[in-house]
Design a protein around this ligand. Structure first.
Ligand SMILES: Cc1ncc(COP(=O)(O)O)c(C=O)c1O
Length: 378
């Protein structure tokens, strides 16, 4: 796969490129790469059948998930424990509506992918946000504050692992500690693992899914995964939940009511092909993203004095802190001075930061950085 190819996306009905065509986009989390050929072939093949009625999960998707979960996460999951969904964000909302009543709380740690901050609203509930802390050179949980602020009103904890936008791939010890915390306070643990196949140095620290927690810590667990970020098929709309406990699963599914559409019939086939045949492409992608990550990290550290960037263990999204450089609202400054679109950290709970998406050809990464530098006054 040639990840260096520049593909014209403008005019293709892309949120990233067409929402504000006057800006150069490095914002929303999708990549400017063509998906793996087997995925495109599977979609074409299903399309060529010609009849596109309501879909149900076919045998191939069940096989693909079984083998993916077994080989990547080393777990055996019964098919009945899987809930297929058209996207992961609706699952966050379902979890809030299923387990949290008006006036109760959804606990999250910030900064985090912005829907985490708002799903409590779908349940007319409150958000209890505990800031992550920077300790020993990396972002982790503020265990003391979590204990201090949790209460009988708190009903679920939504974990983002790998963490968007901090780029952490949490260790088994951290995940076990989160699960123990949830158990101690009788919280449903919802683990959003959408970026789990984007751990950039898997041989150094493999991803630890909450699915691997000891059985006693999995009683109130909802794990959410999807092939969408890794294989760049977010526009197809597919994700899945794994819920071992039948009571939790029933409640989660009941919260759907009549709010969700059927899943796109092409998406099941795209997901099947991604998991069955996407691995060589994924390995090439990870190597490419490591290079982009290193370029962005080195550039920020050498060319943007006083700005800081964490070392991304995962994802293709970097959160850059401009506070020590005295730059307020850097996303706005960058937009006004360079017509470049990056995400405003404030939306994630990190004001005076910006998020830069480096899931694009290397030449584009450099181009974006070279525009951002003078825009910030360096
Ligand atoms: C942590 C996280 N969860 C969920 C999503 C979106 O999921 P979906 O498009 O399946 O709703 C994103 C997209 O960036 C994300 O970063």
């Amino acid at each position: 796969m040639n990840f260096d190819s520049i593909i014209t996306r403008r005019g293709s009905g892309s949120i990233k490129w067409d929402r504000r065509p006057e800006l150069d986009p490095f914002w929303v989390a999708d990549m400017d790469f063509v998906s793996p050929q087997p995925v495109l072939d599977a979609i074409q093949q299903r399309l060529s059948h010609g009849v596109l009625g309501y879909a149900q999960p076919h045998e191939g998707i069940a096989e693909a998930l079984d083998s993916y979960l077994g080989s990547r996460h080393e777990v055996k999951v019964d098919e009945e424990q899987i809930v297929h969904l058209g996207g992961l964000v609706p699952a966050l909302s379902l979890a809030a509506r299923a387990f949290v009543k008006p006036g109760e709380e959804v606990m999250i740690c910030t900064p985090v992918y912005y829907p985490f901050l708002h799903v409590a609203g779908d349940a007319k509930a409150e958000t209890l946000a505990i800031p992550h802390v920077f300790s020993d050179g990396r972002w982790t949980f503020d265990w003391e504050q979590m204990e201090a602020q949790v209460s009988s009103k708190t009903k679920i904890f939504i974990l983002c692992n790998p963490q968007n936008p901090l780029g952490r791939n949490f260790t088994p010890d951290e995940i076990i500690k989160v699960a123990e915390f949830c158990q101690r306070h009788d919280l449903v643990l919802v683990s959003d693992e959408i970026h789990c196949d984007l751990v950039l140095n898997e041989d150094e620290q493999a991803f630890y899914s909450a699915l691997k927690l000891p059985e006693n810590l999995r009683e109130k667990l909802i794990v959410l995964q999807a092939p969408s970020k890794t294989y760049n098929i977010a526009g197809m709309g597919y994700a899945f939940a794994i819920i071992e406990n039948p009571t939790i699963r029933r409640k989660f599914c009941a919260a759907r009511g009549h709010t969700l559409a059927e899943i796109n019939c092409l998406a099941f086939y795209a997901a099947e092909a991604a998991y069955k045949h996407g691995e060589p492409w994924r390995q090439e992608l990870l190597a490419y993203l490591r290079k982009n990550r290193d370029t962005v990290t080195d550039f920020v550290r050498s060319e943007l004095p006083a700005c800081s960037i964490p070392f991304n263990e995962a994802t293709y999204l970097a959160l850059i802190d401009t506070r020590a450089a005295g730059i307020k609202n850097p996303a706005k400054v960058i937009e006004e001075n360079a017509q470049v679109w990056v995400n405003d950290g404030a939306a994630f709970g990190a004001p005076d930061h910006f998020r830069f998406n480096y899931g694009c050809p290397h030449a584009r990464v450099l181009e974006g950085l070279e525009k951002i530098k003078p825009a910030l006054g360096f």
